[in-house]
Design a protein around this ligand. Sequence first.
Ligand code: S3P
Length: 182
Amino acid sequence: MTGPSTTRRVFLVGFMGAGKTSVGQELARRLGWRFHDLDAVIEARERSTVDAIFAASGEVGFRQVENAALLELLERDLTHDNAIVALGGGTFVQSANREALRRHGAITVLLDAPLEELERRCRNAGNVRPLTREKSGFERLFADRRDAYLLAQFRVETAGRDIAQVAQEVENILKIDAERKA
Ligand code: S3P
């Protein structure tokens, strides 16, 4: 078992459609690390769906639950094992979440893509997330979040690349980062 100081916790950051969950699962499989999807953690914890939480408590309520789930993950579940975590699209935009990640020595990686590609991926997935029901909303959100996303420690371009290629690049980054810190 690795101690807390050597435990590596990698958080995938990015907009809806960036591939955080698919890349995270692939990466965890390759590395033999645990995988957590924050939206799934929230749903299990609240015994409800993200959609239903938005409907019942609005975005403000969802952000509170999201912050609590992230803190619990950091303080309880991620203390001993190396892990990959797919954050939700808005998690890293909240400064309290960024601060908690920093405090816990998290490694953060932005999965980036141009707006058009993200829109296409979300459409193809038939995915109607609460915050992307309208095209104009999607565009505004993308622009508003850009600066916060760029605060991640590493950035990987995902446009025109498949899940395996993106996972490979993140793996390379983690290897270099580990060597640098050794
Ligand atoms: C959100 C993204 C969703 C989910 C919620 C809010 C956002 O996660 O957390 O609908 O604010 O961008 P994904 O990025 O995994 O779709």
